[in-house]
Design a protein around this ligand. Structure first.
Ligand code: FNR
Length: 188
C-alpha cells in the first residue's frame, strides 16, 4: 500500500519526523511510506489554484496517486502547524486530491498531552467538504513526553507506545482495505 506521509515540522531534529521514519522502517512490509516535502510548498493562493506552481502540481499528483495518507505532526499553539495546514489547503481545492483517502494521524510532543488539541482540529479540517478524507476512527496516537520515549537514533524505546502503534497500524491497514473495497463496489 502506497502511503504519502505529511510531517508538520521542518525542524532538523524533529521528533515527529523521526517517528515518521521509525514507522517507515518498522511497517515496511505492510506500508510503503514516502515522506513528502511540504516545506517547499508556497503559501496557498486562491488566484493560483487552477494552475498552481509546478511544485504544488507534483505534490498533488503524489497525493492523488497514494493509497493512503499518514500525518505525523506536532501541535503549535494548540492547533495544526501552518505548514501542514497550507499543504492541506492546496489539496482541498479544484481536484480535491484528499477526497476518500484513508488517513492515519499520529503526533508527538514533549508535553503530556501529546498533540491532543492539534488532532481535534486536524480531524475537523479533514472532514471539511474540500477534504472529505476518511480518517481512521479512534486509534488516537498521542505520544506525550516523547523525549523520554526515543533514543538518539530515533527509535521509539517505550514498548507500550510501540505496541500501541503496531495495533493502530494493523487497524489502519484493515480500514484502508475495507474502504478500497467499498469504493470498488460503488464503481469508483
Ligand atoms: C510548540 N510546542 C507546543 N507543544 C504542545 O504540546 N502544545 C502546543 O500548543 C505547543 N505550541 C508550540 C508552538 C510553537 C510555535 C512551537 C515551536 C512549539 C512545543 C512542541 O511540542 C515541541 O517544540 C516539539 O518538539 C515540536 O515537534 P517536533 O519539531 O519535535 O516534531
Amino acid at each position: 500500500m502506497k502511503i504519502a506521509a505529511l510531517v508538520g515540522s521542518k525542524r532538523e531534529d524533529s521528533y515527529n519526523h523521526r517517528i515518521a521514519l521509525f514507522m517507515q522502517e518498522r511497517y515496511r512490509d505492510q506500508l510503503d511510506i514516502d515522506i513528502k516535502d511540504i516545506a517547499s510548498l508556497p503559501h496557498f493562493d486562491q488566484d493560483d489554484e487552477e494552475n498552481p506552481p509546478e511544485v504544488v502540481q507534483q505534490f498533488k499528483k503524489e497525493i492523488r496517486e497514494a493509497d493512503g495518507i499518514l500525518i505525523v505532526t506536532p501541535e503549535y499553539n494548540h492547533s495544526v502547524p501552518g505548514m501542514l495546514k497550507n499543504a492541506l489547503d492546496w489539496c482541498s481545492r479544484v481536484d480535491k486530491v484528499m477526497t476518500g483517502k484513508p488517513v492515519l494521524i499520529a503526533g508527538a510532543s514533549p508535553g503530556f498531552l501529546g498533540t491532543v488539541r492539534c488532532q481535534v482540529h486536524l480531524r475537523q479540517i479533514l472532514a471539511a467538504p474540500g477534504m472529505a478524507a476518511k480518517v481512521l476512527p479512534g486509534n488516537e496516537v498521542f505520544i506525550g513526553a516523547v523525549h523520554q520515549k526515543m533514543d538518539d537514533e530515533g527509535s521509539i524505546t517505550d514498548t507500550g507506545t510501540v505496541e500501541f502503534l503496531d495495533m493502530v497500524v494493523g487497524n489502519y491497514v484493515n480500514f484502508a482495505e475495507l474502504e478500497r473495497k467499498k469504493e470498488e463496489l460503488a464503481g469508483n
